[in-house]
Design a protein around this ligand. Structure first.
Ligand code: SF4
Length: 337
């Protein structure tokens, strides 16, 4: 049987995988696992309506979130850490099943398709969204990632993404190396985010809803004891992106329930700066707000200090509290949770 050009396109990327800055070179089509731990078939853990993203993303209907399994960074402090290691929760899905999930989210009223942590599956997602468009998907696509995208892949991302939602965790190369055990995160994220801003100017829906239909929101997770890191990211944002993108500051850091370093993303040869056994303090919160004022950053969102340590639990269909999300698909079945 003749192979389709779309399948060739995917296989080329997965055969010697250089999809992210780790550039493992793994042949994922033959079962070799790179750092992300994923093969050449899309693996999904959870999909549903999510109400906890930024208001311009959630709108009235909720964001149609699709959580992929595996991750190219595997931050030891990630809220979704359960999903990020190879072999974690998730189930292989065909491209057809992926299109079914997208169309179901649309039918249930999602405002967009929000691809969460999909860098290691870019070729499959490009093909899947294209197939879903052919079957009637009309929603904007949100690319919700760590920002660890290679410049060479941005053209592919641009082919199916309307709204970029990257998280710049640090612009300090040494801190990036200590946190993730890889060189070049800071440079890669800065380059990628500038390119995203250039290709997706901010545009809102032509109604009174305030929904974003195209553009860039830069997220930054504030980490306890690392105020200089946050100041550096905010200063960079003010100098390079103010007026062209929105900023979203997150304070949801919860102390990892595992010993440090985790031996995965972090480089155990370095002491990792930061106060990892506590949440961001109210004093640090106030300090970050004063950075915003000092730098004149006005457009965006600031999360309140959370008062709970509850984390998503992806061993259950209702992985999030009901006020935060409504599950519609779960890897552990039944098909529609
Ligand atoms: S996507 Fe995975 S296999 Fe490919 S380079 Fe990145 S970590 Fe390695």
């Amino acid at each position: 049987m003749e192979r389709s050009s779309s399948a060739d396109f995917r296989e080329n990327f997965y055969t010697r995988c250089h999809l992210c800055g780790r550039e493992c070179g793994a042949d994922r089509t033959r079962g070799e696992a790179g750092f992300c731990g994923e093969g050449a078939t899309l693996r999904i853990a959870w999909a549903g309506l999510h109400y906890g993203e930024e208001p311009v993303i959630c709108g009235a209907g909720g964001s149609g979130a699709v959580f992929l399994s595996g991750c190219t960074l595997r931050c030891f402090f990630c809220q979704n850490h359960e999903l990020s290691g190879g072999g974690g929760p998730g189930r292989d899905v065909s491209l057809y099943e992926f299109t079914e999930i997208c169309l179901m989210l649309q039918e249930k009223g999602a405002e967009n398709i929000n691809i969460v942590t999909g860098t290691h599956f870019i070729p499959s997602l490009a093909a899947g969204i294209s197939a879903a468009r052919e079957r009637g998907l009309r929603l904007p696509v949100v690319w919700n990632s760590s920002g660890f995208e290679r410049e060479a892949l941005l053209e592919v991302l641009d082919s199916f993404t309307d709204i970029y939602l990257p998280d710049i965790k640090t612009l300090d190369s040494r801190l990036g190396r200590a946190l993730f055990g890889v060189s070049g995160y800071a440079q890669a994220a800065a380059r990628a985010v500038l390119a995203m801003a250039a290709s997706r100017p901010l545009r809102y829906a032509d109604d009174s809803s305030g929904r974003l239909v195209s553009g860039l929101i830069v997220r930054h997770l504030v980490l306890p004891g690392l105020m200089e890191n946050t100041r550096e990211v905010l200063t960079w944002f003010a100098e390079n992106l103010a007026g062209r993108a929105l900023l979203s500051l997150m304070f949801q850091f919860t102390p990892p329930r595992r010993p440090l370093p985790c031996g995965e993303g972090a480089d155990s040869r370095h002491k990792i700066p930061g106060d990892w056994d506590r949440r961001v303090s109210s004093g640090e919160y106030a300090e970050v707000l004063s950075f915003l004022e000092e730098l004149g950053i006005e457009e965006g969102f600031v999360q309140e200090l959370p008062d709970t340590d509850e984390l998503p639990d992806f061993s259950r269909a209702d992985a999030f509290p009901p006020a935060l999300a409504r599950p519609l698909w779960f890897y552990g079945g039944p098909e529609n949770a």
